[in-house]
Design a protein around this ligand. Structure first.
Ligand code: GLA
Length: 394
């Protein structure tokens, strides 16, 4: 569906659910990470871009203390109603925990909403695909609350921090800042090179030399991701503690590969050593990949993407057989510059950079082999980087 149709549908359904009247419309994108995976909570660098896919909201303030939420993606758009203050209780297994978490995170910062609202969401990011549908929902909610209630002190970057707090401290997935950052700060045709310990960042125009960003959805939902993710994170933190016997560091992102090699024996546990190795080397790869892109050296960028995948597969152990097959098949095709798993892992998508002339061959080959081996079709999205969260003028 085109944006125009999405918005028309959203308006119509909003009126059916909540009655006629004025509504305000907002959008926040999902993201794809080109390189720099599992580095953000390790104080390292990431290089994501926002997508034109994301989550939309139609919103209207109420005068009473009721908050009413529905989503066209969930349970026949059934309304979940809560009273101001109630949102602090998590709803068992409900998607509303993301927006509830955001209202909670904002009230913790003294941006407390004085009246309720009614909202209808619609998202076109496939759920569980690792393209940050949850981050887009969080950033979107923070944005419309800021806008509707006039919380002018909340800046665009704050939307990212509020979303991350909601996800980490309310929902319980101890995520880094990358996804919410990309959703809030995205820019058309640019990727973002972010240093997560200082939050310094640059927009880099994506000049890919007649190549495209192709996302391939394995259709394996990353259901176990949250608990495994939190485990990886604590393994890295524990490795830092071991390394502190030699280095005055707070995060793995402060170490070069050479320093890591000199100190790695301090990490007694082999699994933790592998996790730390990934975090250190991936950070270094990300810095080198961006350098290569600045020199228009797409080939090196692609090679580093492939190395990133191998490290995520073997040392960080966040891939799965379906994704490993998709990447290996991609690497064999002429015109595929690079291909790797993207996002948190345990399913979801690969991201590949593919010469325009080879995109069809890639799709046909991947689809045929995947269908033969796994009995299902992958989905493909050829994407351009999109803008960050914004209100839609009507
Ligand atoms: C998830 C998290 C991010 C990041 C990635 C892995 O998407 O939300 O913060 O850690 O995994 O790079």
């Amino acid at each position: 569906m085109q944006e125009k149709e999405i918005l028309q549908n959203l308006r119509e359904k909003f009126s059916e659910l909540y009655g006629d009247g004025d509504v305000a419309l907002y959008f926040a994108p999902g993201r794809v990470n080109l390189i720099g995976e599992h580095t953000d909570y390790n104080g390292g660098h990431v290089f994501p871009c926002a997508l034109t896919l994301g989550t939309y909201a139609a919103v209207r303030k109420r005068t009473d203390d009721k908050i009413r939420m529905a989503s066209l993606n969930m349970n026949d758009a059934a309304i979940e109603e809560m009273t101001l203050g109630d949102y602090t209780n998590k709803a068992e297994g409900s998607w509303t925990n993301y927006p509830r978490g955001v209202i909670w995170a904002m009230s913790e910062k003294n941006f407390t909403i004085p009246t309720g609202f009614e909202v209808l969401y619609y998202g076109n990011i496939p759920a569980g695909s690792g393209l940050s549908s949850s981050a887009s929902l969080e950033v979107l909610t923070a944005l419309f609350i800021k806008d509707q209630y006039g919380f002018d002190a909340v800046e665009q970057l704050d939307l990212a921090f509020l979303g991350q707090t909601a996800e980490s401290d309310f929902v319980g997935m101890k995520c880094g800042i990358m996804d919410q950052f990309a959703s809030a700060m995205g820019k058309e045709n640019a990727a973002m090179f972010l240093e997560t310990d200082t939050m310094k960042f640059d927009y880099l125009p994506l000049k890919l030399d007649a190549a495209k960003i192709v996302i391939t959805n394995s259709m394996v939902k990353h259901e176990l991701a949250s608990s495994e993710y939190n485990t990886r994170r604590s393994e890295c933190e524990s490795a830092v503690q071991d390394l502190q016997a030699k280095y005055d560091i707070k995060t793995l992102g402060e170490l070069s590969p050479e320093q890591f090699e000199e100190g790695k024996e301090l990490i007694a546990d082999e699994t933790k050593r592998k996790r730390a190795k990934h975090a250190v080397y991936e950070n270094d790869r990300t810095i080198r990949a961006v350098e290569a892109l600045k020199q228009n050296d797409i080939a090196t960028f692609g090679k580093l993407m492939n190395e990133s995948h191998v490290s995520l597969r073997d040392d960080y152990a966040v891939s799965c057989p379906e994704i490993d097959d998709l990447t290996s098949w991609a690497w064999e095709i002429d015109g595929v510059v690079g291909s790797r798993i993207t996002g948190g892992g345990f399913g979801g998508c690969t991201v590949s950079i593919i010469k325009e002339a080879a995109v069809d061959t890639y799709k046909e080959t991947a689809e045929k082999k995947y269908q033969e081996k796994y009995g299902k079709k992958p989905e493909f999205y050829v994407v351009d980087p999109g803008a960050g969260a914004h209100r839609i003028s009507q």
